[in-house]
Design a protein around this ligand. Structure first.
Ligand SMILES: CC(C)(COP(=O)(O)OP(=O)(O)OC[C@H]1O[C@@H](n2cnc3c(N)ncnc32)[C@H](O)[C@@H]1OP(=O)(O)O)[C@@H](O)C(=O)NCCC(=O)NCCS
Length: 394
């Protein structure tokens, strides 16, 4: 071991645990790159399918390769009947993230090459997961509402097909493209909590599905992917722009957080938030109702003003802040926002698991095994005497 980190209880902030070739987050300048390419260029020129190829293969595809990759994704969109049967047995109150997390191992049991740990088989597993996760999320929303799941449409793009499977009607092309951009923006973000969870599981030689199920669990928390649903709850609770200032200052003064604001790495505006703000505005104009855009903007301004007063520093919106109203205006239910994050992040998770398994950025794969200082009961090096149950008191 080259160096021992002395710091503890800091959530591993600033502790470098690995090298990666997949993405870089420049928290000072507010720049995010996937495999060397700026996301601001990717959202202009690419699609989610192309970005997924890029993340998995470390380069952009040729036209022919992209066609092949898109066809592979389309051919893997159907999910096994067992997934529908499992969802039909679940109570309609089950959280969509729990359903998603539980459905991933069902996909594993249906994979004929589950135990093939070649790179090629892992790429195939990645394609299956990228293709099938949207189907699971959309189907669960329909099944819990006692509607029949909509089968995927091979004519539609990855983004358009998800919106179609969710609502049962064809999305307009502008909305499908905006959703495609949202998927690009959420696809990858270096060593965030869920990606680290996936890599940690992969480092034990567990299969890709096991790593992804762990990542879904990690993403569900409100400090990570769960924040976008919380932002929507907040916007609905505030309801009117004139209530924003009081709501925000009461919240910050009692030491509570405004969801969707702040970031562990960005000390300037998250570049994804900048792009999402633009999508939010044009979507509001397209649906002919600026309420959610104006409300979100007002919460951003009020939080920045109050935060500056209280802490003397700036705070900026993160990726979850504007994505909440964007998804809402696209007709996506609020508790599906985090599963939609997973539908996108799956390509980043898979790329990281493959990088971890095949040591593509460092000399050799290594099991993650951090250390901790024991601060519990101590009676000397031989440990404490065991007290039989009859002799114990509290
Ligand atoms: C994302 C997050 C966990 C990053 O945290 P971090 O970089 O470790 O920053 P800290 O939690 O140490 O915050 C630094 C200070 O800013 C405050 N702060 C950070 N985000 C805040 C927010 N959204 N609302 C109010 N205060 C916030 C913290 O309370 C802390 O105050 P203190 O110094 O008085 O203790 C944090 O900003 C947060 O909880 N945001 C809301 C949840 C969210 O949107 N998550 C999605 C992230 S993509």
């Amino acid at each position: 071991m080259k160096e021992i980190a002395e710091t503890k209880n800091i959530g591993l902030r600033g502790v470098k645990v690995a090298d990666t070739r997949i993405s870089d987050v420049d928290g000072e300048r507010g720049i995010l790159i996937y495999r060397g390419l700026n996301i601001c260029d990717l959202v202009v020129h690419s699609t989610y399918e192309e970005v997924s190829f890029l993340l998995l293969n470390d380069r952009l595809p040729t036209a022919e390769e992209l066609k092949g990759f898109q066809s592979a994704l389309i051919s893997e969109r159907e999910v096994p009947e067992a997934v529908y049967r499992f969802m039909e047995m679940m109570p309609s109150t089950a959280h969509p993230m729990d359903i998603l997390q539980a459905a991933v191992p069902v996909l594993a049991s249906d994979d004929p090459r589950l135990h093939d740990e070649s790179r090629e088989a892992n790429l195939k597993k990645a394609i299956r997961l990228i293709a099938k996760l949207p189907n699971i999320v959309a189907a669960w929303d329909r099944i819990r509402n006692r509607r029949k799941a909509v089968r995927p449409d091979p004519e539609l793009t990855h983004a358009g097909n998800f919106l179609y499977m969710l609502s049962g009607s064809l999305p307009d092309p502008e909305t499908a493209r905006d959703f495609d951009i949202c998927l690009i923006l959420h696809a990858e973000h270096s060593f965030n909590a869920s990606t680290f969870a996936a890599r940690e599981v992969a480092s034990t030689h567990a299969h890709l599905y096991a790593a992804v199920a762990a990542a879904v669990g990690a993403l569900s928390g409100e400090l990570h992917g769960g924040a976008n649903s919380e932002v929507m709850k907040m916007l609905v609770e505030i309801g009117e722009t004139h209530r924003v200032k009081t709501w925000v200052s009461e919240r910050l003064q009692k030491g509570a957080k405004v969801m969707g604001m702040g970031h562990a790495v960005y000390h300037t505006e998250d570049p994804r938030a900048t792009i999402l703000r633009g999508i939010c505005m044009r979507l509001a104009d397209r649906v002919g109702d600026r309420k959610w855009f104006e409300l979100t903007k007002a919460v951003e301004a009020a939080t920045q003003e109050e935060f500056k007063k209280l802490k003397g520093k700036q705070i900026y919106p993160n990726v979850d802040f504007y994505s909440a109203s964007v998804y809402y205006m696209m007709g996506i239910p609020a508790d599906l926002f985090t599963p939609v994050f997973a539908v996108s992040r799956i390509s980043g998770w898979a790329a990281h698991v493959i990088e971890e398994k095949f040591a593509e950025a460092q000399p050799k794969p290594e099991l993650y095994r951090p250390d901790a200082d024991y601060v519990g009961s101590y009676c000397g090096p031989q440990a404490c005497p065991y007290i039989p149950i009859k002799e114990r008191s509290k």
